[in-house]
Design a protein around this ligand. Structure first.
Ligand SMILES: N[C@H](CCC[C@H](N)C(=O)O)C(=O)O
Length: 257
């Protein structure tokens, strides 16, 4: 079987994108998803995204981590918007469906502005935090994130009993200035550090700016620059949460599987 695909990346978080509006891709075949994401035996990516038609939205995105598990993916959603524009499904504004519900997005000046779901609140985990931004994120503030043992410490938290059985993503955050942070992420389902994590930087920005009524936080990641805007609402929740950054097509191809 030959599969046509496009490769996209959003600040270094990379994805196999498939136009599956004819619904030919077997989304129960998780071995195929993992093979396509394999960096030695397949195309290679952190995740795989199917674009499908939906009667109530411009499109539906179905996201798989490289291990076949599913979750919301912020960078993947930004790439899905750029890919759908490339396919002619949208021009500048869109509403689409993802695993955590409906999202709006705006594609403008080469950036994708993605409206994330409302965030119910922030849980304290000893000296750390936990925030769910459509996928689960543990947040740890550290001094020197560039030299922090991300993989070792990330894996420990990801598999900690307190998060069993689903696990969590783990973000390590260094304050750069009053409105900028540097975030590195160990991603569940990739089981390694990724160059950036959209839902993760969103969670980190909210934990960093949690005491402000409204905030715009710049985020440095190994894969590039993102920004997150949000408003605090009542009872510790957050809304109007926007994740903003680039999303680019790297190449197109076909693979026989
Ligand atoms: N690995 C995450 C999903 C992808 C998150 C990340 N790629 C993003 O941009 O949000 C999880 O299993 O919750």
């Amino acid at each position: 079987m030959e599969i046509s695909f496009y490769k996209y990346q959003g600040t270094g978080n990379d994805f196999v994108m498939i136009d599956d509006r004819e619904e030919k891709f077997d989304d129960s075949n998780l071995k195929l998803v993992s093979k396509l994401c394999d960096r030695k035996f397949g195309v290679g990516a952190d995740g795989l995204i199917l674009i499908r038609n939906h009667k109530d939205f411009d499109f539906e995105m179905i996201y798989f981590n490289a291990d076949g598990s599913q979750s919301m993916c912020g960078n993947g959603a930004r790439c899905a918007v750029a890919f759908s524009a490339f396919l002619g499904i949208l021009d500048e504004k869109t509403s689409f469906l993802a695993i955590d519900g409906a999202h709006e997005a705006i594609l403008k000046d080469g950036l994708v502005q993605l409206l994330m779901g409302d965030v119910a609140g922030i849980d304290e985990k000893e000296a750390d935090f936990f925030v769910n931004t459509g996928s689960p994120h543990h947040i740890r503030f550290v001094e020197d994130v560039q030299n922090y043992p991300i993989f070792e410490e990330g894996k420990k938290v990801r598999y900690d009993q307190i998060y069993a059985p689903a696990g969590t993503n783990v973000n390590f955050v260094e304050k750069v200035s009053a409105d900028e942070i540097f975030v590195r992420t160990y991603e569940r389902g990739v089981e390694d550090e990724t160059l950036s994590c959209g839902t993760g930087v969103t969670a980190a920005a909210i934990a960093f700016g949690k005491d402000q009524a409204a905030a715009t936080i710049k985020i440095k990641t190994l894969g590039g620059q993102l920004s997150v805007k949000f408003n605090a609402s009542e009872n510790g929740a957050f809304n109007k949460v926007w994740l903003i950054g680039p999303a680019e097509q790297v190449f197109a191809g076909k693979i026989s599987v």
